[in-house]
Design a binder for this molecule. Structure first.
Ligand code: 0O2
Length: 270
């Protein structure tokens, strides 16, 4: 196939990956912005390389005209979670969206692959709008924990290095590592509540501090410099206590001061 045709074929998949990354990143921001725990820790994506497509076509005896129907992961999104429990939450989030339709689910969590690979895969239909109109394409979403991702990344590189002839002793060590991943995920799940609590209070504190700094910044154009320096000093003092309650109290008082200045500003404009 001509290179230009590959480019045309893959263009909608590039658009889909870019759009989906923005959508999932926005979800993370929304959770964290509200001081909530995000079941998605990070997200990345890629369009399959032409060399990998050719390899898969060869392996599965797929003709050029069948690429889009028979290769589900031309566009791939990978969602990484902290805990195994988050994987279900992410699947439910996707199930409830109107812009993604799940057409296939592969549960390699409860049914790991022979290699030891664990992950939850969804194949979704996603609409991409181009100059030629709307095109519905398949996208593979892999959802796994940080630990599972660590294992899969290493194993993938070794598969690449050894092609399909991985030495037995390495395969055995990978099997051992896969068992260690299961144990690690279990252990982390058992302290999940505590970890989430501490992460939540960190998020809330970061949010309160960001709001205070934003208000102080706004005051720069309204209040006099001496007063702002006084407010800043007060903020640093409260910040040093490390108490979120104190920071919240300070933020509320600051809001009242800022409101006063807004009102003054309005009066001046009249
Ligand atoms: P790459 O380089 O990641 O793009 P099937 O539908 O079962 O006939 P298919 O289409 O290969 O076969 O689907 P499957 O098995 O769900 O695998 C899709 C992707 O999951 C793979 O893409 C890998 O990314 C990942 N994966 C599956 N099995 C393994 C494994 O044993 N180890 C690792 N590390 N990853 C795995 P590709 O096309 O293999 O490659």
């Amino acid at each position: 196939m001509e290179i230009q045709l590959w480019k045309d074929l893959l263009e909608p998949y590039h658009i889909a990956v870019e759009e989906l990354l923005i959508k999932f990143q926005y979800l993370i921001r929304e959770y964290r912005g509200k001081g909530m725990y995000s079941p998605i820790e990070e997200v990345n994506g890629r369009v399959k390389k032409i060399s990998s497509i050719l390899e898969k076509m060869h392996k599965k005896k797929i003709e050029f005209e069948d690429i889009e129907n028979k290769i589900d992961d031309l566009a791939g999104i990978r969602i990484i979670c902290q805990f195994v429990e988050d994987i279900d939450s992410v699947v439910n989030i996707i199930k409830n969206r109107s812009d993604m339709e799940i057409i296939k689910e592969k549960d390699y969590l409860n049914n790991p692959k022979k290699s030891g690979y664990r992950s939850y895969h969804l194949i979704i239909k996603y609409n991409v709008i181009t100059l030629n109109g709307t095109k519905s394409i398949n996208v593979e979403i892999q959802i796994r924990t940080l630990a599972m991702n660590f294992w899969a990344t290493i194993e993938h590189s070794l598969q690449y290095k050894y092609k399909h002839n991985m030495p037995l002793h390495i395969r055995e060590r990978l099997n051992g590592a896969a068992a260690a991943v299961i144990a690690l995920d279990k252990e982390m799940s058992s302290v999940r509540d505590e970890i989430m609590d501490s992460q939540n209070s960190f998020q809330i504190k970061a949010q309160v501090v960001a709001e205070i700094l934003n208000t102080i910044q706004n005051l720069y154009s309204a209040a006099n410099k001496r007063e702002i320096i006084k407010i800043q000093d007060e903020f640093y003092k409260v910040y040093k206590t490390g108490e979120v309650d104190e920071l919240e109290k300070f933020g509320k008082e600051l809001d009242i001061i800022a409101e006063g200045y807004m009102a003054q500003g309005l009066e001046n404009n009249e």
